[in-house]
Design a protein around this ligand. Structure first.
Ligand SMILES: O=C(O)CCC(=O)C(=O)O
Ligand SMILES: [Fe+2]
Length: 353
């Protein structure tokens, strides 16, 4: 794996609690295998997470891009800092989001790259965003990365829509690659920290379907039955797929957006800096986030763009004004009808970490 050339990745330990999540094969799903479709649906009502093999996504270069970008001078990175007003593209320095209801600063930096900027959609056609050279020179690869992740997203959306009785194109039509929306690729970096340190706070993803590539452990998701955190062990060759709040809203709460967080990698892996590579899909910007499966209740719903801006803004340390900000920043995790997860549990209380 290129970001760790010449280094072997320390093993994920055997003695930590891991999430028992389904593995779905993308090729078989595309061929219409009903068993694979069933697994997608069951996973989306359970953990809200599953592994996907045979994704046909080339993501190795993104770990290189991450390494090179986060190694830039802090001054250079800060030129692209996203700010506190709800913009969600560009660089986020470590500490500028908070991780809990006390406003504790996070310990990871990330860089978000807009799908519309890379694809030159809408306003970006004539006014592309500025990026450091480490990202600029990867535009062709980024385009391919985004298009291939988006193919995965559409297949998941089509499958879930069909399982819920929607026409196959209903959800994909609200997530068009060539229409303006908040989709983004992200690379993250956290320095080596112990396994009881939260580097990215407890959250649900804002959008529809997330496609994630991990080399090291540290990602944890709440088990819907036991309501405690389990590690999502990286599986070589597999993406980790999870659902976000926008999709949960579009299907009237019939699917589940898993509550997750990132802590320092477990066991021997704790000596290593951690990178992850993500593609976040969102509904197209003007899509109203209300149920497609229930009668219209007449309530005005937020657009996908406003939803993302609100959540991004309220998660910034600079905008934190006490516990009420934290609660206002949350997603569908506190509105779903299933049992309430044990939210905001400090990492050090998690069993066997
Ligand atoms: O780094 C990871 O494994 C997950 C990152 C994540 O949950 C996020 O960026 O929303
Ligand atoms: Fe996430």
């Amino acid at each position: 794996m290129p970001s760790r050339i010449g280094e072997s990745i320390p093993p994920f330990p055997e003695n930590v609690p891991t999430a028992d999540i389904f593995t779905v094969d993308f090729d078989r799903l595309r061929e219409g295998d009903p068993e694979e479709a069933r697994k997608v649906y069951e996973a989306s009502k359970g953990y809200g997470f599953f592994y996907l093999s045979n994704t046909h996504v080339d993501y190795d270069f993104m770990f290189d891009l991450a390494n090179q970008t986060f190694n830039l001078d802090p001054d250079e990175k800060m030129k692209y800092e996203m700010g506190n007003t709800g913009s969600y593209f560009g660089y986020k320095m470590s500490g500028s989001n908070y991780v809990d209801s006390k406003g504790t600063p996070d310990k990871s930096e990330f860089y978000n790259i807009s799908k519309d900027d890379v694809m030159r959609n809408g306003q970006y056609k004539d006014h592309p965003l500025e990026h450091p050279e480490t990202i600029k020179r990867r535009r062709a690869e980024l385009e391919e990365f985004m298009a291939s992740c988006h193919r995965v997203v559409l297949m998941v959306l089509r499958t879930l829509g069909e399982q819920l009785g929607l026409a196959p194109d209903t959800l994909p039509d609200l997530h068009r690659l060539d229409r303006v929306g908040g989709d983004q690729a992200r690379v993250t970096h956290a320095p080596p920290v112990s396994a009881d340190t939260i580097t990215l706070g407890e959250h649900t993803d804002f959008g529809s379907v997330t496609v994630l590539f991990n080399q090291l452990g540290g990602l944890q998701v709440i088990n819907p039955e036991s309501q405690d955190y389990k590690y999502v062990k990286p599986q070589p060759g597999c993406a980790i797929i999870n659902l976000g709040d926008a999709l949960v809203k579009l299907v009237g709460g019939r699917l589940y957006s898993g509550v997750h967080r990132v802590v320092g990698p477990p066991g021997e892996q704790a000596q290593s800096p951690r990178h992850s590579v993500v593609y976040f899909s969102r509904p197209n910007g003007e899509v109203k986030l209300k149920s497609l499966l229930d009668p219209d209740d007449g309530e005005e719903a937020m657009t996908a763009d406003d939803w993302i801006a609100q959540r991004a803004k309220l998660r910034r340390t600079a905008n934190f004004q006490g516990e009420s900000t934290y609660h206002a920043s949350r997603g569908t995790e506190h509105t779903k009808s299933r049992d309430k997860p044990k939210l905001d549990k400090p990492a050090r209380e998690v069993e066997a970490v």
